[in-house]
Design a binder for this molecule. Structure first.
Ligand code: NOJ
Length: 529
């Protein structure tokens, strides 16, 4: 047994063990019947979250945006895009959520702006070498005529990370060409983001999710990279290798210390969680060092294959790395960038059984947890027709990689046909499949065996069982293929193997599936020892 103590954060602020629910706003609920989810829609469906039992929401970007990357191309970070509503709608949503006891967190996107942001328009209108261009990363090209990109970096969405402008200079974009990277060594950039943070903190938000937290600092001199270290996007979620010099440069931590100073200047435990896809737990933990972001997503369970050994080492590594910086772990199974959990575990009945079991593991680990909207219904990715695809990856890879639309299909709420109460209009921004009648919130609420009911029970127990409220975790011996740990008087067992094992002789508190004398494969249980 390996006792893990994280007593450094025993005086916990609210976020240290909170369950956050990610709302992808285009897909959660449509309040105005145009087929795209919006802020009014979220307001109308807040009670779903109260009944589910989450503590906080994270709303993906709803800012003014041409939507070249689903809103992660921000044209005005201090205003609401008309497809999502107005600032008044946001204020109403914030007030309604707070009234229900839900904390509200939102995205900030500091690595890049949209090419429609006023700064980038000014940069294009200004001359090479001007202060307007110095907010972004403009460089001369290589080759006799400067017609080769300044270095060999590829964009995360396919194609080169550089685009040439009419006067011959090139600008860097680690993502789509419509998302020019900002130059964080220019003091105007951190100052502008401090202003953006304050704008939303003054309105009353409880915190932020920091997009591409590992990308804002660039390797000095922008040298060529070793292209062999890149894993193709269609091979699933992956951590960039330590040799991928586009990310995780040491200089980035200074920028996060700046964010933290702004957060700490407000009352009420405002927080930030970093999105840092980095290759080791130790590198990940640095983003949640005492004077940096409060939390950092732990993607180890997203990339771990279905294996007790892999789960155990992912959990162990993460607990120890985070304990070393005195911050809680932040467990993640899915988000809008990776396949849905049930799909990742193989889809169908087996994928769903595993996703349900994984939820019992995720939600019994010490620390915070993030749920992705629709996972509480056990939804799978949807195979979409080519002409429906909107992820920039599809175009930028010349239709080789389909991208992330499959996990972004709107949520089914009621009824038996698309759009299942998502919208009062006839269609939705991504088509919803036939066959989701049994997966609506309405249908699952009426079915005691549904995944929705499993999540509701799991979250109720998580909040009421004192055993889960501490920070200690002890590993227990378990048969091959199984994972077992103790939290207080509760033990958690997962059978990720292929054979049934005898159920330990303990009182059954909770299970991801009906159980008998044996613990069957793909089932997790909570037991009272
Ligand atoms: C991470 C976001 O989660 C993803 O959706 C987006 O495409 C990239 N950052 C670029 O902002």
């Amino acid at each position: 047994m390996t006792p893990v103590s994280q007593s450094a954060y025993s005086q916990q602020p609210w976020w240290a063990d909170a369950v956050f629910y990610q709302i992808y706003p285009r897909s959660y609920a449509d309040g105005n019947g145009d087929g795209t989810g919006d802020l009014i829609g979220i307001c109308e469906r807040l009670d779903h979250l109260v009944e589910l039992g989450v503590d906080a929401i994270w709303i993906s970007p709803f800012y003014r945006s041409p939507m070249a990357d689903g809103g992660y191309d921000v044209a005005d970070p201090c205003d609401v895009d008309p497809i999502f509503g107005t600032l008044a709608d946001f204020d109403a949503l914030l007030a309604d959520a707070h009234e229900r006891g839900l904390k509200v967190t939102i995205d900030i996107v500091p690595n890049h702006f949209s090419d429609q942001h006023v700064w980038f328009r000014q940069a294009l209108a200004a001359a090479p070498g001007s202060p307007e261009r110095a907010r972004f990363i403009f460089r001369e090209g290589r080759g006799a005529n400067g017609d080769q990109p300044p270095n060999n970096w590829p964009s995360m969405f396919g194609g080169p990370a550089w685009t040439r402008v009419p006067d011959g200079q090139w600008y860097l974009h680690l993502f789509a060409a419509e998302q020019p990277d900002l130059d964080w060594t220019n003091p105007e950039v951190p100052a502008e983001f401090a202003r953006i943070l304050r704008f939303w903190l003054d309105r009353g938000v409880d915190g932020f999710r920091v997009d591409v937290a590992h990308g804002m600092a660039k390797e000095p001199g922008l040298p060529d990279m070793d292209l062999s270290v890149i894993t193709p996007r269609d091979e699933g979620a992956h951590m960039p290798s330590a040799a991928d010099i586009r990310f995780d440069r040491d200089a980035v931590h200074e920028y996060h210390r700046g964010f933290r100073k702004v957060l700490d200047s407000y009352p009420g435990d405002r927080m930030a969680v970093g999105e840092a896809w980095v290759p080791s737990s130790e590198r990940m933990a640095r983003y949640a060092a005492p004077d940096e972001l409060n939390l950092t997503f732990n993607f180890e369970l997203v990339v771990a294959p279905w294996s007790a050994t892999e789960f155990r080492s992912a959990i162990d590594r993460s607990l120890h790395a985070m304990a070393a910086v005195g911050a809680p772990c932040t467990w993640v199974l899915a988000n809008h960038d990776v396949d849905r959990t049930a799909t990742r575990y193989g889809g169908g009945a087996r994928g769903l059984a595993r996703a349900r079991a994984a939820a019992l593991v995720q939600l019994s680990l010490p620390g915070a947890a993030y749920l992705y909207n629709g996972d509480e219904l056990g939804l799978e990715n949807v195979e979409l027709p080519d002409d429906a695809l909107q992820d920039p990856t599809w175009e930028r890879t010349g239709h080789q990689v389909r991208g992330r639309d499959g996990e972004r299909v709107p949520l089914p709420w009621t009824g038996t046909r698309p759009p299942y109460g998502f919208s009062t209009g006839p269609t939705s921004w991504l088509p919803m499949p036939e066959g989701w009648a049994a997966s609506t919130v309405e249908a699952e609420a009426a079915d005691p065996a549904s995944t929705l009911q499993l999540y509701r029970t799991t979250l109720r127990l998580r909040h009421t069982l004192a055993d889960l409220q501490g920070t200690a975790l002890e590993w227990l011996d378990s048969p091959d293929g199984c994972l077992a740990y103790r939290r207080g008087g509760l033990s958690v067992w997962l059978n990720a193997g292929v054979a049934a094992v005898p159920m330990p002789a303990c009182e059954l508190v909770h299970a991801s599936a009906p159980v008998g004398a044996d613990l069957e494969p793909d089932v997790a249980v909570w037991l009272r020892s």
